[in-house]
Design a protein around this ligand. Structure first.
Ligand SMILES: *[C@@H]1O[C@H](CO)[C@@H](O)[C@H](O)[C@H]1NC(C)=O
Ligand SMILES: *[C@@H]1O[C@H](CO)[C@@H](O)[C@H](O)[C@H]1NC(C)=O
Ligand SMILES: *[C@@H]1O[C@H](CO)[C@@H](O)[C@H](O)[C@H]1NC(C)=O
Ligand SMILES: *[C@@H]1O[C@H](CO)[C@@H](O)[C@H](O)[C@H]1NC(C)=O
Ligand SMILES: *[C@@H]1O[C@H](CO)[C@@H](O)[C@H](O)[C@H]1NC(C)=O
Length: 512
């Protein structure tokens, strides 16, 4: 009996939806219809439909009559369907419409007479060349406007004067050469104009943007940071421009600015960023810095100076950066790294120094480091004193250096080491290197060892897995085992000593 009832319910449900659901569409109980591979907006869509999604279709033209009877439509999304034109006023009477997305089509203008109920309008990836004063007229509720990847060449304030609720505006990937101010958008929080052709932002552009928090002008031809940025700003992106200097005096009022992105510019020096007292992230990768920025903000957590021309790292550079967690200095020409230069950075967990000219591992690095990358330097040896106190270190990359021997003691001092990259070094595969290998295996460290460069008869052997070397060294190892054994006994009471599981050695011999 119960079963019968259940079956009846199932039948009536599926019957109901399939009856009213047009071909090539699927309709679900939440008044949502999804269609693919259509040649026109389908007729016979249930009048209660709230969301209509169409993609990968061929619908050249939209017209008013296509939407009659859609009395409850809130979201209309038409993707990748080759749509070229929209009849005047097609959406005018859809007075429940909140979201209109016409992505990846061939529109050359914004559809006319959009309903005042609209909150989200996305026209990305079309061929819109011009915006008219009337395009956004009356859209007092519009919160999000996206016009990415079109062919717009200018923006003037008049076009936006109705948009009193607008929070987010994106015109990335157009050909905008000039903008005029003031932009009358009192609630705008987010503006993005990446990858355009801007040379200058007029000084009155931001006058009426008192809520602005996120700004991106990355990928333009700007030679200076815009002046009169609003005090409310939290994040400023100016990557891939032509900045040669940053005058921090002009930014003094940005007390809440926390993220500043200036990578891929032409900066050769920087001084005085400390005026931005709440800055936590500063990115300066791919500039022409010959030294580290002077007077950095005390709250900085991430500093990226990779891909510059920096030669020296001194204690003075990092004196007050107690909150610094991530420091990227890779791909520079650092040859001098003062001992203890980062001792003040008592939170540092990630240090990238790969592709520099270091001859040794910097001394007295902070004990908080979890990741240390020294790949591609000219380091000759791993000395115990270089790696001392790195009790938190989990990843150590020494790939492509000039190291030929491993100091067992240096590695014993790294209790949390999980990944060790040693390949690309000219290893001298002595039996003492094999002892280091056994210790690393016992600790469970994942090691990329690389190949032997010496002695001649072991050249090209992979020292972490070679059985041949193992056999040749067996005698030495047994000796070492004995001495370890006696050490272990004598240290048995000491809880801080690192336990090496020598009992497992037999199993390890099987690994190739
Ligand atoms: C929808 O528009 C197409 C033109 O794209 C037209 O051929 C078709 O008849 C219209 N359908 C309805 C129901 O109005
Ligand atoms: C559509 O509206 C525009 C103005 O908004 C007008 O110039 C144009 O002639 C109209 N087209 C048709 C076919 O009514
Ligand atoms: C800065 O941030 C604080 C805390 O979020 C806020 O109270 C203050 O209004 C902000 N200042 C400005 C100028 O927006
Ligand atoms: C930014 O720094 C100022 C002091 O310079 C402080 O009063 C303000 O609360 C800070 N804002 C935030 C969001 O931390
Ligand atoms: C390898 O180590 C052995 C033993 O310490 C030493 O005699 C030899 O010179 C080293 N070979 C190279 C190429 O460094």
């Amino acid at each position: 009996m119960h079963l019968l009832c259940a079956l009846l319910v199932v039948f009536s449900l599926s019957d109901g939806s399939s009856l009213h659901c047009p071909r090539r569409c699927s309709c679900d109980s939440a008044q949502s219809v999804q269609c693919y591979r259509l040649t026109e907006v389908p007729s016979g869509i249930p009048p209660s439909t709230k969301r209509l999604f169409i993609s990968h279709s061929k619908i050249q033209h939209l017209q008013l009559s296509n939407f009659t009877g859609m009395l409850a439509l809130e979201d209309f999304i038409l993707l990748a369907s080759g749509t070229e034109s929209v009849e005047n006023g097609t959406f005018k009477n859809l007075n429940t419409l909140k979201t209109l997305e016409l992505w990846k089509n061939r529109l050359i203008k914004v559809p006319t007479a959009l309903p005042a109920t609209l909150e989200v309008l996305k026209l990305n990836d079309n061929s819109i060349t011009i915006l008219l004063g009337s395009d956004f007229e009356g859209l007092k509720k519009l919160r999000i406007l996206e016009l990415k990847n079109n062919l717009l060449s200018c923006l003037s304030p008049g076009m936006f004067s109705s948009l009193l609720s607008l929070q987010s505006l994106s015109v990335d990937g157009n050909h905008v050469e000039s903008v005029a101010g003031p932009l009358p958008l009192p609630n705008l929080q987010h503006v993005s104009m990446e990858n355009n052709k801007l040379h200058l932002i007029p000084s009155n552009f931001f006058t009426s943007l008192q809520s602005l928090q996120y700004v991106s002008f990355s990928g333009n031809f700007l030679t200076r940071i815009p002046v009169n940025l609003p005090k409310s700003l939290l994040s400023l992106k100016m990557e891939r421009n032509q900045l040669k200097v940053v005058r921090f005096r002009d930014l003094k009022h940005l007390e809440n600015l926390s993220h500043l992105y200036l990578s891929e510019n032409l900066l050769s020096s920087m001084d005085g960023a400390q005026i931005l007292s709440n800055l936590t992230t500063l990115e300066l990768s791919q500039n022409q810095l010959q030294m580290l920025p002077l007077k950095l903000p005390a709250r900085l957590q991430k500093l990226d100076c990779s891909n510059n021309l920096i030669q020296r790292v001194t204690a003075q550079d990092f004196q007050d950066l107690r909150d610094l967690k991530h420091l990227f200095l890779d791909n520079n020409i650092v040859s001098l790294f003062e001992a203890g230069a980062l001792q003040g950075c008592s939170q540092l967990s990630n240090l990238a120094l790969e592709q520099n000219l270091l001859l040794s591992i910097p001394l007295r690095l902070p004990g908080t480091l979890a990741r240390l990358d020294l790949k591609g330097n000219a380091i000759r040896d791993i000395a115990e004193r270089g790696l001392k106190d790195l009790k938190q270190l989990q990843v150590l990359n020494l790939r492509n250096n000039k190291i030929s021997a491993l100091d067992l003691k240096a590695l014993e001092g790294l209790p949390r080491l999980r990944h060790l990259y040693l390949d690309g070094n000219p290893w001298n595969c002595t039996c003492s290197l094999l002892r280091a290998r056994e210790m690393l295996k016992a600790k469970g460290t994942d090691v990329r060892g690389g190949q032997c460069a010496a002695p001649a008869e072991r050249q090209g052997e992979s020292w972490m897995s070679s059985k041949k070397i193992m056999r040749q060294c067996e005698h030495h190892l047994q000796q070492a085992e004995k001495s370890q054994e006696s050490k272990k006994k004598s240290k048995a009471e000491d809880p801080s000593s690192i336990r090496i599981n020598i009992d497992d050695d037999d199993e390890d011999y099987e690994i190739d």
